[in-house]
Design a protein around this ligand. Structure first.
Ligand code: HEM
Length: 253
């Protein structure tokens, strides 16, 4: 079959010519141009920061398990009474849930639109592009994000609603956590570990990218941003992993 390889003639575009003539007309940016991409990056950074804030608070709260059952159960109960008596019981928890859900939706939407735009801006892939840096990070972020999302759904069904927890006692979150990571349920611990490590990778890349978005350009700054992102992510991962491994090794029972 014959294929027409001739370049199609440029479309008649009266609009740009008209603009060039009318020097007084202010230069308009397309709604999909620079400014809206910047807004999306800001949305990513703000929603990401909110999620990161929650992640550190949650990790620090989980460490209460090392102070014993009473301490951990008291902390879990306190989560439901934050804001009382200014707010009725559970209200703060629901406000936090709404904010986290909005942040997750905003984060995923902005990431998807930005990734699509980047792909559309370069319709022909680089032939010699090695599988490093950009493409590697993008893949890690995408798959990491999917694992984290699946994990959060499982985690809520496990420790918030108790649907998938072997003990599921709402009055004793400590017992629920210990039952979760019992040696016989090694596959649960493995899934937790995979998800937490994914959170670590996601955070490391996210923090590093955020520093760039905020204008970090120098070589020294880049080194500092890379090291800071690494230290913060390793601290988060270690804090989270300490709980299942303490149960596995019998330190917490
Ligand atoms: C091994 C580490 C973890 C442990 C031991 C743990 C423990 C818990 C517990 C006990 C609850 C229930 C609190 C309650 O309702 O009384 C909970 C809820 C939750 N956790 Fe975790 N968690 C861990 C890791 C994570 C990670 C990595 C994430 C996020 C990526 C996460 C996100 C959440 C969320 C969103 C909730 C629901 C809070 C709510 O009820 O609104 N957790 N976690």
């Amino acid at each position: 079959m014959a294929v027409d390889t001739r370049t199609p003639p440029p479309k008649a575009t009266a609009e740009p010519a008209k603009k060039a003539l009318d020097k007084k007309a202010p230069a308009k940016r397309s709604p999909r141009g620079l400014s809206s991409s910047v807004s999306l990056k800001i949305l990513m950074a703000v929603s990401g920061l909110l999620l990161v804030g929650f992640l550190y608070m949650h990790m620090l709260g989980n460490l209460k398990i090392f102070f014993g059952a009473d301490s951990f159960n008291h902390y879990a109960h306190w989560l439901r009474t934050v804001g009382v008596p200014l707010l009725p019981e559970d209200w703060f928890l629901w406000i936090q849930r709404a904010a986290l859900t909005a942040a997750v939706i905003g984060h995923i939407t902005a990431a998807t639109v930005l990734a699509r735009r980047a792909r559309r801006a370069r319709p022909v892939r680089y032939v010699h592009r090695p599988k490093v840096q950009g493409s590697y990070a993008a893949r890690t972020m995408r798959w990491g994000g999917v694992i984290i999302l699946l994990f959060v759904i499982y985690h809520i069904l496990d420790l918030t609603t108790g649907t998938l927890n072997p003990v599921a006692d709402p009055e004793h979150p400590y017992r629920n956590v210990v039952a979760d990571f019992a040696p016989g349920r090694w596959y649960v611990t493995l899934f937790y570990a995979l998800a937490v490590v994914s959170v670590g990778f996601h955070l490391r890349h996210g923090l590093f990218s955020a520093a760039r978005t905020l204008g970090q350009r120098t070589l020294r700054g880049e080194r500092i941003a890379r090291a800071t992102a690494l230290v913060l992510s390793v601290a988060l991962v270690a804090g989270y992993l300490s709980v299942p491994f303490a149960v596995l090794t019998g330190l917490v029972d």
